[in-house]
Design a protein around this ligand. Structure first.
Ligand code: SF4
Length: 433
């Protein structure tokens, strides 16, 4: 069979698609690109916002247009939360929840033999065991490789549907994580990105946070590679805990710390469990350690009841924290969450206006952060060579562009560079002699 995959949403989904892709390839099926003609289309969906649901539906329909005879199998968070809605889409034969991805191959092969449609969705209360999807030996991307370390979240932020879609906190076996990282480094990957639904909670169900211990074990793997955390929730870690990370030598000087709002009132209503002061203390500790520590974040605008004053606190925290990148989201009402039932929802017009203001402030913060980096020397991992530029990321997650006339660049290689100025969504750099 020719099998094509499409992934929506987060890095966990990207990792899981990769694992399923391996299972199909190992079973002898031919893997083709997502827009190519295939006998099977596997769509790994997302439900974090209404827009994610809509995009998931669009991709399901698009696949059927490429080959109306193809089998369409849908998995991921949208399939978990609204399996009936997915099953009603014309041409969907298989619906698999977030905890049953190991069933995809079997169900697709069975459908070819029997023509039996399948729907395998566990109830939220049954999402308690880590589903082992096997150890991946190489990723599609040559440089960055994702390694999943945990599943689920038990924080129940009042706007977030993810704990219902992903279930309880459960951590992957440490041996499997280390083996996968070792294999990926051995295959030439230069950056290991640890992913999870809430990576900070790794090991918590066994009584303690274990992320630092894991990072120290990754330090021991031989090879020239670095480690990045896809995100770290300030709902779990604080300034004191963050200091422990400084002993992990391969860990990039970059953290994605979702602040979500700069207003204490909104943070409390979101059930985030920290204040803006707590958050800014983490920022201070990181910047004391390295004044160019890259801090990226997510901010939601238009949470129910968000006043102009609350919103200006969010603008203010962008400036104070000096984020190098902000992902700005308009609040999206997710049925079943506490915030969705509130009657003080914010209008779309206000949300649009606030998201634009926030993006402008974020751009200003990024330029200011970059200005502090001018003249600094660092290493960049080249991930792309096109239009006369080699592009990649530094350790602190600044995107750099280098003129190809400078050198015959190779993909997936580290280069020592000097940062010379703002450019597009990152900085222009030159190779150090
Ligand atoms: S910490 Fe909050 S926002 Fe993050 S996944 Fe858990 S519930 Fe959702």
């Amino acid at each position: 069979m020719k099998v094509a995959f499409h992934t929506l949403g987060c890095k966990v989904n990207q990792y899981e698609t990769e694992a399923i892709r391996h299972q199909f390839a190992n079973a002898g099926h031919e893997i083709v690109k997502e827009d190519d003609f295939a006998n099977v289309y596997i769509i790994n969906t997302c439900t974090v916002t209404n827009l994610a649901d809509r995009k998931s539906r669009q991709f399901i329909r698009k696949s059927k247009k490429i080959n109306p005879e193809a089998i369409v199998a849908v998995t991921g968070c949208y399939a978990q939360m609204k399996p009936w809605e997915v099953a009603e889409i014309d041409g969907v034969e298989i619906v698999i929840g977030t905890d049953e991805k190991n069933n995809l191959l079997k169900k697709v092969e069975e459908y070819f033999e029997t023509g039996d449609k399948a729907s395998v969705i566990k109830d939220y209360s049954q999402l308690t065991e880590y589903e082992d999807l096997g150890v991946i030996e190489a990723m599609e991307s040559k440089s960055r490789a994702f390694v999943k370390i945990q599943e689920g979240c038990n924080r129940f932020c009042s706007y977030c549907i993810i704990p219902y879609a992903r279930g309880k906190v459960r951590s992957r076996d440490r041996k499997d994580i280390l083996e996968e990282a070792r294999l990926l480094v051995g295959k030439g990957h230069k950056e290991i990105v640890l992913t999870g639904i809430n990576t900070a909670l790794y090991g918590e169900e066994k009584g303690d946070l274990k992320i630092v211990e894991l990072l120290k074990e990754l330090d021991e793997i031989p090879g020239d590679f670095r480690v990045r955390l896809s995100s770290l929730e300030p709902t779990v870690i604080d300034a004191k805990y963050v200091k422990k990370l400084f002993g992990c030598r391969r860990l990039c000087h970059h953290l994605h710390l979702s602040v979500q709002s700069g207003s204490d009132k909104v943070l409390a209503e979101m059930n985030r469990g920290y204040s803006r002061k707590d958050y800014l203390e983490i920022v201070e500790v990181l910047r004391e350690h390295d004044f160019l520590y890259g801090i990226t974040t997510d901010i939601i605008v238009g949470f129910p009841g968000e006043t102009e004053e609350d919103f200006s606190d969010s603008l203010d925290i962008v400036e104070k924290a000096g984020f190098s990148k902000v992902h700005a989201f308009k609040y999206s009402r997710r049925t079943g969450t506490l915030a969705a039932s509130r009657d003080d929802q914010i209008s779309g017009v206000i949300k649009n206006d606030r998201v634009h203001q926030l993006m402008n402030m974020a751009e200003k913060a990024r330029e200011e952060f970059n200005a502090k980096s001018i003249g600094k020397s660092t290493r960049a991992l080249i991930e792309q060579i096109e239009n006369g530029f080699a592009a990649g990321y530094t350790d602190n997650y600044t995107k750099v562009y280098i003129d190809c006339e400078e050198k015959n660049f190779k993909l997936n290689e580290f280069y020592s560079v000097k940062l010379i100025g703002n450019y597009k969504d990152g900085m222009m750099a030159e190779v150090e002699k």
